[in-house]
Design a binder for this molecule. Structure first.
Ligand code: IDP
Ligand code: MG
Length: 140
């Protein structure tokens, strides 16, 4: 298996409830390494650009509003098979369907306020990392 990098967001529902450390503990316990991290607040334009792929979905406007409702923590995670591994650590989009011990099962409030984002492919990981970090901000 190859060493990969994936892009992660700790969403506003989680930063509001002071869960950054608890989520990072699950990430690190899985073997993934946090090789870049910063706390930011997105503008509407930044959130719309990031979730542009979902523009046609009925929940798009609500999702953008949620993602700019408070601070987020953007991260780069590195490790073997990082893209698929972090999807496993996160759990299903809808926390009602998420497996025990996953971030979303333990922490998510709803299908929208589901605590974390993780890239869904290696290609998208590269794009999302490039949107959010300069190369010099990533220290492996
Ligand atoms: P993912 O985050 O598990 O990859 P996506 O389908 O890519 O799920 O959706 C992006 C985000 O949009 C989700 O994480 C969640 O915050 C929100 N979302 C997805 N489906 C719904 C829905 O049916 N209602 C409201 N929000 C949704
Ligand atoms: Mg997705």
């Amino acid at each position: 298996m190859a060493i990969e990098r994936t892009f992660s967001i700790i969403k506003p529902d989680a930063t509001r409830r002071n869960l950054t450390g608890a989520i990072n503990a699950k990430i690190e316990a899985s073997g993934l390494r946090i090789v870049a991290q910063k706390r930011v607040k997105w503008s509407k334009a930044e959130a719309e650009a990031f979730y542009g792929v979902h523009k046609a979905r009925p929940f798009f406007n609500d999702l953008v509003g949620f993602m700019i409702s408070g601070p987020i923590v953007v991260q780069v995670l590195e490790g073997e098979n990082a893209v698929a591994k972090y999807r496993d650590v996160m759990g299903a989009t809808n926390p009602a369907n998420a497996a025990p011990g996953t971030i979303r099962k333990d922490f998510a409030e709803s299908i929208e306020a589901n605590s974390v984002h993780g890239s869904d492919s290696l290609e998208n990981a590269g794009i999302e990392i490039g949107q959010n970090f300069k190369p010099a901000e990533i220290v492996g």
